[in-house]
Structure formats: C-alpha cells, structure tokens
Ligand binder design. Sequence first.
Ligand SMILES: NC(=O)c1ccc[n+]([C@@H]2O[C@H](COP(=O)([O-])OP(=O)(O)OC[C@H]3O[C@@H](n4cnc5c(N)ncnc54)[C@H](OP(=O)(O)O)[C@@H]3O)[C@@H](O)[C@H]2O)c1
Length: 273
Amino acid sequence: MELDFTSRGDFYKQYGPWAVIAGGSEGVGASFARKIAAHGIRPFLVARKPEPLVQLSREITAASQVEVRAAPLDLTVEGDIQELKSLTDGLEVGLFIYNAGLEGGHGLFVERPLEAAMRIIRLNVVGPAMLCHHFGAKMRERGRGGIILVGSLGGCAGSANIAAYAASKAFEQILGEGLWYELKPFGVDVLSYVIGNTKTPAIARHGTRLEESGYFIMEPDDVAQEGLDHIKDGPTWFPGETNRAFAQALCTPDRKAATELMSQATTSVKPLH
Ligand SMILES: NC(=O)c1ccc[n+]([C@@H]2O[C@H](COP(=O)([O-])OP(=O)(O)OC[C@H]3O[C@@H](n4cnc5c(N)ncnc54)[C@H](OP(=O)(O)O)[C@@H]3O)[C@@H](O)[C@H]2O)c1
C-alpha cells in the first residue's frame, strides 16, 4: 500500500514521526493510537495479546494510511522492556504514551500476596521509569517531543482495598510532573494525565461494577481526545469537569479527609470477582 506522508501539521512536527503507545491495543490506548495516526504519526503499539494488536494495526492503516508497527510484549517483564527499546532503536519516537496500568484486584494489602503488589509496581512504576528515561533522553537530545503518563484519580490519595495501585499511580503522576519541569526547556512536553472512571474493555473484564456505582464515567475516545488537546497544559491534567472537582477535593492538605473520601469510594464499589 502507498502511504501518504506529505500533509503534516504542527502536531506531527512536534510529536512525529513515530509514537510508542505502551498499552495501545484497547480502550484509551487504542483511542490514542487512532487519533495520533489521524495526524499522520506512525503508531508503535505495545500490549500482551497479539490479536487485538493485529486487528487495530490493520484498522489504523486502512483508516489513516500510515504504517503501524506492533509488538506483543509484557511490560512487567524487564527483558520485554529491553526488547521494546531494541525494536524502536532505529525509529524517531516523538511521542511516548504510557497507558498500560494494573489495578490488580481489591483487598487488604496485608492479606493479598506480596506478588500482587510487586506486579502492580513493575507495570505502573518500573515500566514508566525505565521507558521515560529511555525515550525522554532521546527527545531531549532532539529538542522536541511529548510524553503522556496515564495516571489515576486513585493516585491522589491513599485508598483502602487498592493501596498498592493508588501508591503506584501517585509515583507515575509525580514522576510526570518532575519530568515536565525538567524537559520543558528542551522543547519536550510532558503531561501527567490523571483520569477517572473510564469504560474500557479492561474494566469490563476485571474491574468494578462501574455502572451500578453511580460514579461519573467517561468514554475512552473522549479521554484520549482531551489528553491530546491538553498535552501542552502540563504538568497535570484531569479530564472531565466532574473528575476535576473530585481531584480538587482529593488534593487538600487535610490528608485524613482525602484518604477517608477515597477509601469510602474504594470500599463501597464491589469487585466483579
Ligand atoms: N478504566 C478506568 O476506569 C481507569 C481509571 C483510572 C485510571 N485508569 C488508568 O488508565 C490506564 C488504562 O486503562 P485500562 O487499563 O482500564 O484500559 P485500557 O486503556 O484498555 O488499557 C489496557 C491496555 O494496556 C495493555 N496492557 C495491560 N497490561 C499490560 C502489560 N503487562 N504489558 C503490556 N501491555 C499491557 C492492554 O492490552 P493486553 O491486555 O493485551 O496486554 C491494553 O492495550 C491505566 O493506566 C489505568 O490505571 C483507568
């Protein structure tokens, strides 16, 4: 297929020609990939299951006429992260999005196996740290680029039943904020993109009964669009008015109030299993 790389706007110039989307096969990650490809940027998709990667790659190539590459890798495995670095070595990666995240089920931290927490830490802490270090250094050398770290409102306060997840998302948010300040003088935009309840396939498979909770829920397409629209509005952006109001309540110096507010929410929503 002939690929058309001729008409390019400012978004492409700042964030092209390649975008690595870690956790880019479904939900918010897939929406990011489609929207980025519509700017002519070539997505490099990473997720574990090969089938959704193949399907999305075909769909994007047909819709946006851009080359798509994909690699079935597990970002909790350090060797796979090294593999991702090798696979993208010859590519000019102007945009790096870390969307993959593991909530890992509900329960008391001390009752659950330590390995459950360590898996969360590998995906939500070690993965973003290693890959921001790698891609961020190259963007800094080039003097342009962008990084979006997809965080969670759950990371804005201690949360009972998901203590390790909440802590891991706090790391991701604060890492992004520091990188925003560090990389800004070098022309690299960094955004900690702190999202709330979103109707993703991952949540449908393993998550909580969001519909029954009565909480504000966003669609993946809307979340991805708002992230891209505000990539220059770092260090942190919360999508949706309701999420922004909730974030304000959670970012209070009264940590007891914040932790109680969040923990009431995370102990009231019943997990599917
Ligand atoms: N959905 C919500 O309500 C919500 C709320 C707050 C924050 N967030 C955050 O938003 C992000 C995305 O949300 P989501 O997980 O619900 O849905 P999602 O956007 O569908 O993301 C899941 C993506 O990550 C991939 N992935 C998962 N584990 C992986 C691993 N170990 N290695 C490589 N890829 C992996 C998945 O594919 P495979 O399964 O094939 O690997 C899929 O492509 C996460 O960081 C999450 O913490 C979500």
